[in-house]
Design a protein around this ligand. Sequence first.
Ligand code: NAD
Length: 488
Amino acid sequence: MPVTAAPTELIPDTGVLIGASRTSATSGGVHRHVYAANGQSTAEVPLGGAAEMDAAVRAAGAASDGWRNTPGNIRRDLLLRLAELVEQHATELIGLQTLENGCPRQFASKMPELAVDHLRYNAGWADKIGGEVVPTWPVRALDYTLDEPYGVVAVIIPWNGPLVSVAQMLAPALAAGNTIVLKPSELAPFTALRLGELALTAGFPPGVVNVVPGAAAGGAALVRHPGVDKVHFTGGGPTARKILADAAERLVPVGLELGGKSAHMIFGDADVRMAARMAMSGVIALSGQGCANGTRVLAHSSVYDEVVRTLTARLARVPVGDPADERTLMGPVVSAGACERILGVVDRARDEGQGRLVSGGERLGGDLGDGYFIAPTVFADVDPASELAQEEIFGPVLACTPFDTEQEALQLANGTRYGLGAYVHTTDLRTAHRVSRAVAAGSVWVNGVPGVLPSTPFGGVRQSGWGRIGGEAGVREFLRPKNVWIAT
Ligand code: NAD
């Protein structure tokens, strides 16, 4: 069956959103968006350059005082109203999400609900932000803190899950009283632009949320802008280095949510079939293009063969194909460039013997030949020092390696430069607690793959970044305490 045509009728106004105005006459060039499932061109996306970033930062700056002084209950209610609008427009947003990066409907259909949860959770913080009274000595005084917003926050996000990314970042930043210039990736700008429109409809004052899709040059102009008080970046390590270098010029703070090479650690006492099923999500979810996907499988040697066998057999039955088909579990990767890069990693791994290819490893043809589909790919017996085991591939490729002891499992799990997530599979509570403490990761999930929850802090250690999204920590990311000392 050929892939269903892209639902281009859903594409919103692609002009940049600055204050309450839209313009398509931008200085950053144009990106031709392509539907990843069939290579069809869908829209020309005007990109923000330095001029639009300047205008957006000025609009956010002009709105800043009014927004930070808006009472928390009103900020709360506006976020709740936006959540309601996301709910009402869920069908449209699901279609847009599928269109912009090829995410299968079955997966995309969970995104509005998750975005709504992030909005509502953070709305609940908006009327509770204050400060604390602090004891002082040796001089007795009244000392208290005021939790203040930064001001104008530049939020730069990738293309892999924009609807949830926008909700995850915007909700706490707005709850905390910041105004925003959001720069979505040029590859997937539609849901971000639509959410910007919905924020205006919800009643957010113009300038509080500005949305300017852009490429690297636009992003850099935004980071360098003197009116930006904080940068919050989600994306890859190489871009993070450039952003930090630009931010260093102005000594502006930067929150970083970066990539990972998270491991499933399957111990000998685990429910092996269940663990293997969960490990499959490392390749299936977003076609392996999720920052916290468990893309390494480390299994105790007593269960290793069974894990690899189960994974391979089940992945062979995963419905890969038309994102619009409700039965599809895995869609294409985001672009022709990504497809070529991922297959390059696979070819090198095969040629250099980094591991034993046990399934997949090729681009899918036939009806899917015009899209960027890669078969779910599993390598077994992967050399822990190899590219396959060390580098974030950001595609549907799993690397399996056996271990004999808990210490070895931890050495392998901690043996990359990343530290985003870790998945532990065991029926022994003592193992679960010991390993959770010892593993180098910002999040540990034991016997489950729940995704990124609104109420829990999510972020990385090491080169997976240092920002936190979710929970109270996620709101604190966008606040800084001012201390007030009053002699008594
Ligand atoms: P990327 O680093 O190429 O781009 C991310 C964003 O940065 C895009 O909007 C891009 O236009 C912008 N950008 C590029 N160059 C810039 C510059 N010099 N200055 C300012 N902005 C610039 O990443 P990507 O390919 O879009 O996304 C994939 C990466 O994102 C992966 O590494 C993935 O793990 C990571 N990611 C992390 C999280 C997390 O929460 N930790 C979530 C999703 C994705």
